[in-house]
Design a protein around this ligand. Sequence first.
Ligand code: GTP
Ligand code: MG
Length: 344
Amino acid sequence: MATAMANVKQELGREAVILHTRRFKKGGIFGLWGKEMVEVMAAVDTAAATVAEKRPPTIIANTEDSRISAMQLEMSSMRKMIEQMLCQAADNSKESSPLMELLLKNDIEPTIAANLIKGLPDGQSDSRKFLIDRIVNCLQRVEGITVSPSSCKKIALVGPTGVGKTTTIAKLAANFALKEGYKVALITADTYRIAAVEQLKIYGDIIGVPIDIVYSPDELKSALDRHEDKHLVLIDTAGRSPSNHSQIAELQALLSVDSTIETHLVLSTTTKYRDALEIVNNFSVCFPQKILFTKVDEASNLGTILNLVYHFPTSLSYMTTGQSVPDDIELINSAKLATMILRD
Ligand SMILES: Nc1nc2c(ncn2[C@@H]2O[C@H](COP(=O)(O)OP(=O)(O)OP(=O)(O)O)[C@@H](O)[C@H]2O)c(=O)[nH]1
Ligand SMILES: [Mg+2]
């Protein structure tokens, strides 16, 4: 055996691996008196074996399925790569700029943040002022509800569930009716929950404005016709999950009975940017003219607002800052909102 091992070492080198050994007798009769032989099977080399293991598994693309999974694999690795690059970009600029750090802390998307600080002057206070100006610029398009004594303004609020549509309708109704003295009517199309109708009825009673409940587009049409004498008609709708396309299509059909309805998409500022994107995308079939942001008081930052308007330069209307009716609502002020977005 020692001789065999020495031969292996000599022929295959020190890294050789013994795979198999066998002793047997050669010659003799019935296995007796023969010469004992040793058989050693060996292989080189561990380095080659490691390299082979590290090589990615080969994808055999001979069927449609395997081609698709190869593409999926490719896409997911590309996504990982892009995410890594974005993180690196964010990390790099983090080191180089406290303003970048501030933007990222406020959940501004790294690419948007990088664009916003590009070419800013070096001085600390100056650069912050310029950055605020840039953010104000992104928030330029602000328009509340314009009511005139000579016409009937129709406003509908649409959006995901629980974002504060009904509460906001109550705030708007109270402000326009009680503070500004306009003739206001409420219509609710949220008949899915008894509590929803009750909720708006109570507000209507307190504020002293009429409320209509509508179950169909036709009923909405006739309710709107009945309220032509009002200065402002506020339409509350049922909260819709952004991924439920048929419910949103139903909402769109309801609102299309009157082309003069101005639709505001209600979004909570506590919504993550990716979710907000999906909401804006899926509610776009209702053609909202403005976005109204709620729950500013609950959000740890307002990054979602800037991320959205940076990519979709939509008009903004109001922001709500608490549960109190009618006080916790204000027309968005770009300068004030910009400083809130860049919170320390
Ligand atoms: N903190 C805070 N809470 C708010 C604000 N606006 C509304 N809310 C609360 O959010 C909850 C849901 O409000 P609703 O007005 O019923 O929301 P909605 O969008 O009508 O809900 P659905 O009709 O079920 O889709 C209530 O508890 C409100 O008091 C706000 O600006 N800040
Ligand atoms: Mg509601």
